[in-house]
Design a protein around this ligand. Structure first.
Ligand code: CP
Ligand code: NVA
Length: 308
């Protein structure tokens, strides 16, 4: 059973193969209408359940389109409309869904919910974001970086802001794809120390630098994300904004990175909070390529999970 739950727990060679397949599949359908089918139909006859316990634009639409382009069908479900969290166990839900569908993509809150679903499902489960990680996003980001600048191995990636779920998956990816990772942000919002230790144990050079201008020196890629994630209490908003304001990605900060550094943000963004509009729309930014590449990267992930 091939679940796609996290990057550090998936074989590095297989992750690399998925990136290469995504690139090839993207090239093979270049210029076609979005709704046109791929030449081969590897998901023909397959039904995929896309379950969301949190809002989503990109994950929902890119998975739905990807499955359709490969000849499969989808069911997009809101956690609130299901019995999830209304008394039926996750384990029983997993067993039931496995009798109807061929693959489950789940966006949920607790990591434990995802793992329980995977443990009891008899079909593959894909992590569509939890409070702790967002591996599909970083697969799209690796594809995006390499399309623009070549291999990411040996490059310096700098995360500025909240050490959140997306940051965690970048740390996981650093060990698998061989890049250096620097975090810059306030100490209270550091990435999970276990993830930092895990990356270091895999030989990743991980630095924590409180001064954002020093942090981005020599950076090939600067990344940020919202200051308040979907799982964060709204009551934390003002405190987080005060703590994170020095870490806003501005043109001045980008000017301290390498001249050809890229800027990424998984979106949705709060413009002129975590990054200025000048950066988001500026020459370093590849934010909409990242969004597009969710589609291509996830098509390769779906194929890997299903072995097709
Ligand atoms: N980046 C991302 O996962 O976006 P959505 O929340 O819109 O799916
Ligand atoms: N860190 C954000 C990512 C959204 C795609 C969140 O979890 O809300």
């Amino acid at each position: 059973m091939r679940h796609f739950l996290d990057l550090h727990t998936t074989d590095a060679g297989e992750l690399r193969a998925m990136i290469e397949q995504a690139r090839a599949m993207k090239q093979a359908r270049a210029g076609r209408p979005r709704g046109a089918l791929d030449d081969d139909q590897p998901l023909s006859g397959r039904m995929v359940a896309l379950i969301f316990e949190k809002p989503s634009t990109r994950t929902r639409i890119s998975f739905d389109m990807g499955v359709r382009q490969m000849g499969g069908q989808t069911m997009v479900l809101s956690g609130a409309d299901m019995q999830l969290g209304h008394g039926e166990t996750i384990a029983d839900t997993a067993r039931v869904l496995s009798r109807y569908v061929d693959l489950i993509m789940l966006r949920t809150f607790e990591e434990a919910t995802l793992h329980e679903m995977a443990e009891h499902a008899t079909v593959p489960v894909i992590n569509g974001l939890t409070n702790r990680s967002h591996p599909c996003q970083i697969m799209a980001d690796i594809l995006t970086y390499e399309e623009h600048r070549g291999p990411i191995a040996g490059r310096k990636v700098v995360w500025s802001g909240d050490g959140n779920n997306v940051c965690a998956s970048f740390l996981h990816a650093a060990g698998q794809f061989g890049f250096d990772f620097t975090f810059t942000g306030p100490p209270t919002l550091d990435p999970d120390p276990g993830f930092v230790a895990g990356a270091r144990a895999r030989g990743v050079r991980v630095e924590i630098e409180r001064d954002p201008v020093k942090a981005v020196q020599g950076a090939d890629l600067v990344v940020t994300d919202t200051w308040v994630s979907m799982h964060d209490p709204q009551s934390a908003r003002e405190r987080r904004h005060n703590q994170l304001r020095p870490y806003q990605v501005t043109e001045r900060l980008m000017a301290a990175a390498k001249p050809d550094a890229l800027f990424m943000h998984c979106l949705p963004a709060h413009r002129d909070e975590e990054a200025t509009s000048a950066v988001m729309d500026g020459p370093h930014s590849v934010i909409f390529d990242e969004a597009e590449n969710r589609l291509h990267a996830q098509k390769a992930i779906l194929r890997w999970c299903l072995g097709v």
